[in-house]
Design a binder for this molecule. Structure first.
Ligand code: ITT
Length: 199
């Protein structure tokens, strides 16, 4: 089976490919099919994921998977949240986004640096599918005072996984996938699909 992945984010693509492993589902990116990014005009992660999946399904005729995600910091009232990819102004500039986040939290002590990654996955079987499969995942942690680690993408170098005492960028990719917001969301989505298939 082939699904179009409604993303231009290479980090998401790599993680979702790893997570789908030998499931029999092959992801093809919308970019490789000549589909340009949808405008993310929603006010929630769910809305944006639906917008992206519908756009990709309509343009390609394939089932479409979309991931809308971000990092929510309590001391910043949930920011960057929905705007995580463009927090510092330029879409996808992880260096600038992290710099801005560290600056915003400069004088905030550890006890008040709690944060969570949030991910919504939407699977549309076709563009007019009235019953999208929707799954979410949450990963709790804390914002570090400086970058640690080289792996992952986005905010991973400054996101501390409390249970392991390492940043998301220090965790082996397979471990990050097992515990992350995205890993949890995909596991839930796959369980739903399996339940549907078994009906
Ligand atoms: P697409 O819309 O093309 O999928 P995007 O990067 O614009 O890509 P989002 O609007 O969902 O996607 O923004 C998600 C941002 O949240 C992403 O750019 C990262 O900065 C951050 N993010 C999400 N998941 C992350 C993860 O696992 N590790 C680090 N940062 C993450």
């Amino acid at each position: 089976k082939r699904w179009v992945l409604a993303t231009s984010n290479a980090g998401k693509l790599s993680e979702l490919n790893d997570l789908l492993g030998d499931s029999g589902i092959g992801l093809v990116t919308q970019g490789s099919l000549g589909v340009i990014d949808a405008e993310e005009t929603g006010l929630t992660f769910v809305e944006n994921a639906l917008i992206k999946a519908r756009h990709a399904a309509a343009a390609t005729g394939l089932p479409a998977l979309a991931d809308d995600s971000g990092i929510c910091v309590d001391a910043l009232d949930g920011a960057p949240g929905l705007y995580s990819a463009r927090y510092a102004g330029t879409h996808g500039d992880a260096q600038a986004n992290i710099d801005k986040l560290l600056e915003a939290l400069r004088d905030v002590p550890d006890a008040q640096r709690s944060a969570r990654f949030y991910c919504v996955l939407v699977l549309l079987r076709h563009a007019n599918d009235p019953q999208p499969l929707i799954a979410e995942g949450v990963w709790e942690g804390r914002i570090l005072h400086a970058r640690q680690g080289q792996g992952g993408f986005g905010y991973d170098p400054v996101f501390l996984d409390l249970a392991r005492g390492q940043s998301a960028a220090e965790l082996p990719a397979a471990l990050k996938n097992r515990i992350s917001h995205r890993g949890q969301a995909l596991a839930t989505l796959q369980a739903r699909l399996a339940a549907l298939a078994g009906r």
